[in-house]
Design a protein around this ligand. Structure first.
Ligand SMILES: O=C(O)c1cc(=O)[nH]c(=O)n1[C@@H]1O[C@H](COP(=O)(O)O)[C@@H](O)[C@H]1O
Length: 238
């Protein structure tokens, strides 16, 4: 994998034109685009198609699905025609929900004749500290909860997880090499931390074993997003 292929840029914005312009500007400098709730709620599937074609980049659709198994399976089928490379669900939805998502992805890909989207289970959000986990009654420390959820997601057919850089080395040791570790909470030394809590630099996260990095504001809020992407690529060895 080329160093730039590791990076999915998070286009957290509500407007199609802005997201299309950013995707076109960053084509060749990143490995794909991540479109999530802010964009999907405003622009829906048509907006997703417009942005993907503007940059001609792989799509990471970050909808963080979390509901009963039947509803999540239906949502997976509904987004299958968008042909995302990756789709997120919340591991906290439990074993049957993870299994329902994985099965629906496989069945719908076969039915439509498309490549199967990879299901990624979100473990513990990178915006949560141990203190925050205690407030919602989750097990401590965060790393223990991440390991438990990742093992459960793997056992139930997920293709990978979303975790913070702090847990990457632990999960790499626990799980097979082809289990994808998609890692947000990435902050180069020159970027603001914002609302993230469990953060690391891009080079360190890849050295620890991250397959892909999710990077939003350090690129999109920079006065020169292309230059920011190039600095990150250099840090990754490009
Ligand atoms: O699923 C995600 O992508 C995700 C999980 C997580 O635990 N933390 C997290 O920040 N993300 C996403 O990763 C992106 C990070 O954006 P920045 O903080 O701007 O780099 C956002 O689009 C978040 O929705």
């Amino acid at each position: 994998m080329r160093p730039t292929d590791r990076v999915f840029v998070a286009l957290d914005m509500p407007e199609t034109e802005g997201a299309k312009a950013m995707a076109a500007r960053l084509a060749g400098l990143v490995g794909g685009v991540k479109l999530g709730l802010e964009f999907f709620m405003a622009q829906g599937p048509a907006g997703i198609r417009a942005v993907v074609s503007a940059g001609d980049l792989p799509l990471f659709l970050d909808l963080k699905l979390h509901d009963i198994p039947n509803t999540v399976a239906g949502a997976v089928r509904s987004v299958a025609p968008l042909a995302p490379t990756f789709l997120t669900i919340h591991a906290g939805g439990g074993p049957a929900m993870v299994r329902a998502a994985a099965d629906a992805a496989a069945e719908e890909a076969a039915r439509l004749g498309l490549a199967r989207m990879r299901i990624l289970a979100v473990t513990v959000l990178t915006s949560l500290s141990d203190e925050d986990l205690a407030a919602v009654g989750q097990a401590l420390p965060a790393a223990d909860q991440v390991r438990r959820l990742a093992a459960m997601a793997h056992a139930n057919g997920a293709d990978g997880v979303v975790c913070s850089p702090a847990e990457v080395a632990l999960l790499r040791a626990d799980l097979p090499a082809d289990f994808t570790l998609m890692v947000p909470g990435i902050r180069p030394s020159w970027a603001a931390v914002n609302d993230q809590k469990r953060v690391m630099g891009p080079g360190q996260a890849v050295a620890a074993g991250a397959d892909h990095l999710v990077i939003g504001r350090p690129i999109t809020a920079d006065p020169d997003p292309a230059a920011a992407s190039r600095r990150i690529a250099q840090e990754l060895g490009a």
